[in-house]
Design a protein around this ligand. Structure first.
Ligand code: FES
Length: 110
């Protein structure tokens, strides 16, 4: 586990309610920009493993493009009946006009 932040892109490169998929140290991560800030989650739905990129983002939630499961981008928690398993979330910081993400999951998730 490195905990090192990787520079991803300029903050302006991700539109509000938009996303950017990256792979950091072998982990697929989706970076989402919302009105409430920028968040990073595992780019894999915990229902049937669909990639979440392109899923509708509303408020601080993302909807899986396949069956519509909703997840809270702040803590990864699912809202809905399809899965009880949260998404992993990753630390994000916005500095010097850029988005930085660590591939080490938050909260002791592995
Ligand atoms: S795969 Fe995401 S809701 Fe079914």
């Amino acid at each position: 586990m490195s905990g090192v932040f990787h520079k991803i892109c300029a903050e302006d490169d991700i539109a509000e309610n938009g996303d950017r998929a990256v792979t950091l140290e072998g982990t697929d991560i989706l970076i989402c920009r919302t009105r409430e800030g920028v968040f990073a989650v595992e780019n894999k739905c915990t229902h049937q493993l669909q990639k979440l990129e392109g899923g509708k983002i509303r408020g601080c939630f993302i909807f899986c493009p396949l069956h519509g499961q909703r997840f809270n981008l702040k803590d990864g928690s699912p809202i809905g009946k399809l899965t009880d398993v949260p998404l992993k979330t990753f630390p994000v910081k916005c500095e010097e006009g850029a988005v930085w993400v660590s591939p080490e999951p938050r909260g002791g998730q592995d």
